[in-house]
Design a binder for this molecule. Structure first.
Ligand code: TYD
Ligand code: MG
Length: 452
């Protein structure tokens, strides 16, 4: 008789399944990630439990103001204008970045608007949550706290509680009885999330799932939940800095170009309505190596200060350190500077930093980075009322970038009076009032304007 299969083997990193154990996952190539799990029970209609009858798209009715606003505008904006009923939102982030703080503040706001909010925690005791709430001055008689780790117990409680919104902190600490493996494993996390998904879709109650990004850079080992949930937000930031950025990477009900900016204070997260001002607050004046660039975070223009330090290297192998910008991009720009301006930085230590802990990934920052490096190398500061943007090509040409009008306007709002940009961008942005625009075609022209 054929042997009855009792277990399946699942890669904890990518979710690959097999019927035998292997040392290396054939799918993602990781070693020692395949772990035995009980076979998943056949219950195909756990998802959307009942199928709706066919209807034409025109006949589906939609109430106009469906979204639930929290009143925290940075948060609402990131969600695309508020919380959609029945949606499941995953909030991911490194441990300690402030996810629990954020969700508690969001729940309080929801509760203050007369809704019942339920905070399910598998990490902290009610007393610990109360301590945090005291610190955040969160008080409410319709914010309910439930602690524990078994979701079957929770669903029982939710039946009687009848909340309008549920937050689960964190998904990795919960387990379901159906699967024997421990909480946090791929099987458990996926199953728990699927159960909350089904719950949200059936009841129309929105659910927030909080997930820790593990050291592999993905939630629950792999990004096993991203495809399942409706919206994925990442809460990012450098723990050494007070700024936190809530970024939407997937959104079934809105744009993924949105970010929300927060500042971590003693009494919780505060919205930063005008990030540019904060990022420029402590800018040194008239110091070589400091240049302000208008970059876009999604659809939002943000001014940041790029700092460069170029100096002789005591080492045989000069150092190139980039914080907040791509390391390879710096090498490329150094090579372009050497070739087109004969500015030899090969034997210099070069440090480039984005002040405030923001990450700048746009090529539009190139011209600013180049200017900061030149400024530090020549020990000549650039005009402090000036912003610079544009992509630098390998031949030393400066190319146009998108949304130059938005960038210029943001700079003008913050009191900058001059802007250097590519000649091609300048045509599209004539109506920019009192801002003095200078178009450049190459790094050479940029150098002439800045330092001659
Ligand atoms: P927390 O929300 O517990 O992070 P997560 O849930 O993402 O693991 O917040 C962690 C950090 O935030 C903690 O190290 C201290 C800091 N913090 C403040 O600075 N101010 C505050 O009011 C609170 C509650 C936390
Ligand atoms: Mg937490």
């Amino acid at each position: 008789m054929a042997k009855q299969l009792k277990s399946i083997y699942i890669c904890q990193s990518c979710g690959y399944q097999d019927i035998k154990w292997m040392g290396r996952c054939p799918d993602c190539g990781q070693w020692n990630t395949i772990i035995e799990e009980a076979p998943r029970p056949e219950k195909r209609n756990q998802g959307l439990s009942s199928m709706s009858s066919p209807q034409t798209i025109d006949t589906i009715s939609l109430s106009p103001e469906m979204r639930l606003k929290t009143g925290i505008s940075e948060f609402d904006r990131t969600l695309g204008g508020g919380i959609v009923p029945g949606s499941v939102v995953l909030i991911g982030g490194d441990p300690g970045i402030g996810k629990s703080t954020l969700i508690l503040q969001v729940l309080e706001k929801i509760a203050a608007r007369g809704h019942r909010a339920a905070y399910l925690s598998g990490e902290e005791s009610p007393q610990q949550i109360k301590l945090r709430a005291e610190r955040l001055s969160v008080h409410s008689d319709s914010l309910y706290v439930v602690t524990g780790t078994c979701i079957e117990d929770f669903f029982e409680k939710l039946d009687t509680l009848k909340p309008d919104l549920v937050a689960v902190d964190s998904i990795q600490t919960f387990y379901t009885n159906i699967i024997p493996s421990s909480p946090g494993s791929v099987g458990q996390v996926r199953e728990v999330a699927a159960r909350f998904m089904a719950f949200a879709k059936e009841s129309g109650i929105p659910v927030f799932l909080i997930g820790h990004v593990t050291k592999d850079g993905a939630i629950a080992g792999p990004k096993v939940l991203e495809h399942l949930v409706d919206t994925v937000l990442y809460f990012e930031g450098d723990r050494g800095h007070v700024f936190r950025i809530l970024r939407s990477v997937k959104n079934r009900y809105g744009s993924t170009n949105e970010i929300g900016v927060f500042e971590m204070k003693d009494a919780g997260l505060a919205e930063v309505g005008n990030p540019s001002r904060i990022f420029l607050e402590e800018r040194p004046q008239d110091v070589p190596g400091s240049v302000v660039i208008p970059c876009l975070e999604g659809t939002r223009p943000v001014l940041v200060e790029i700092q460069a330090l170029v100096g002789p290297s005591p080492l045989g192998m000069p150092r190139r350190t980039a914080v907040g910008v791509d390391h390879n991009r710096i090498s490329l720009l150094v090579a372009v500077l050497g070739k087109t301006l004969s500015m030899q930085l090969g034997d210099k230590d070069i440090f480039v930093n984005v002040a405030g802990g923001l990450k700048v990934e746009e090529p539009a920052a190139d011209a600013g980075i180049v200017s900061a490096m030149m400024s530090s190398f020549l020990e000549k500061p650039v005009d402090r009322n000036l912003v610079i943007f544009g992509e630098v090509g390998l031949a030393g040409e400066i190319r146009g970038v998108s949304q130059s009008g938005l960038r210029i306007n943001e700079a003008r709002k913050l009191g900058f009076s001059r802007c250097i940009l590519s000649k091609s961008s300048i045509e599209g942005s004539r109506e920019t009032g009192d801002m003095e625009l200078t178009g450049v075609k190459s790094i050479h022209e940029l150098y002439e304007i800045l330092f001659k």
